[in-house]
Design a protein around this ligand. Structure first.
Ligand SMILES: O=C(O)CCC(=O)C(=O)O
Length: 229
């Protein structure tokens, strides 16, 4: 049974093992629908004036708005990360993602690792709206975080230049991950994922903070600042 949204989640051994084996873990009801409405209003307020073709925005640690600086350190998130990757959690950056009726694109298959390299990072895709196959929920390939994949670079207005070409994934098992608002997908930066297009004409918001294990040296040069939680 799902825990109440304000309680800290104690993961089962099966959930931790599943994360290691599959490269992702879905937790429903991590946050309440009311909280997600507030996060969405805050995100909209921050980015609405700057919406471009991409709909993906990046807030580095040093520039994240105060509301979200607090949100990324919420114990409900950080306690799960501690159980999955260890006690030393370091926040790096976060992305509000808007797929409006005008921004219908499906994000292509990719590993986030292709964008930053270095030590493993972990992200959490948090549904600020109910996310369905019709409005652009995520698709993942379980176990793909253990494989090596080559990314092609394709010029893109959508901020997803690095991508794995569809035919390289022939035969892979694909899992679509619908979520109610307040649900979250914790995932490894080598997990191959993409999203469905948003065909509904309605906004679909998500929020994706990224972390690493502070005790592991990281050669990635993408982040100039970070925050140990
Ligand atoms: O939310 C989406 O549509 C996809 C986002 C994504 O894959 C990413 O930012 O890495």
């Amino acid at each position: 049974m799902a825990a109440l949204s304000h309680e800290l989640r104690i993961l089962s051994l099966n959930e931790v093992a599943s994360f290691d084996q599959n490269g992702f873990l879905v937790l429903h009801d991590l946050f309440t629908p009311d909280e997600m409405e507030q996060w969405k209003a805050e995100a909209r307020n921050e980015v609405e004036q700057r919406v471009n073709a991409s709909g993906v925005f990046v807030w580095m640690c040093e520039a994240i708005p105060p509301f979200f600086a607090q949100a990324v350190a919420d114990e409900r998130l950080v306690s799960v990360l501690r159980q999955l990757i260890g006690p030393n959690i370091e926040f790096l950056s976060a992305k509000p993602v808007l797929k409006s009726g005008k921004i219908t694109f499906a994000s292509p298959w990719h590993q986030d690792y292709a964008y930053w390299g270095g030590a493993t990072k972990y992200s959490v895709w948090i549904a600020l709206d109910d996310a369905t196959p019709d409005n652009g929920c995520l698709k993942v390939i379980p176990g793909s975080h253990r494989m090596n994949h080559t990314h092609a670079f394709v010029e893109s207005e959508n901020g997803f230049g690095n991508r794995i070409l569809e035919n390289a994934l022939d035969g892979c098992v694909v899992v679509t991950v619908p979520l109610n608002k307040g649900g979250a997908i914790f995932f490894h930066d080598r997990l191959i994922h993409s999203s469905h297009p948003n065909a509904t004409g309605q906004d679909r918001w998500a929020f994706i903070p990224t972390y690493r294990d502070a005790s592991i040296p990281d050669e990635s040069t993408v982040w100039k600042a970070s925050r140990v939680l």
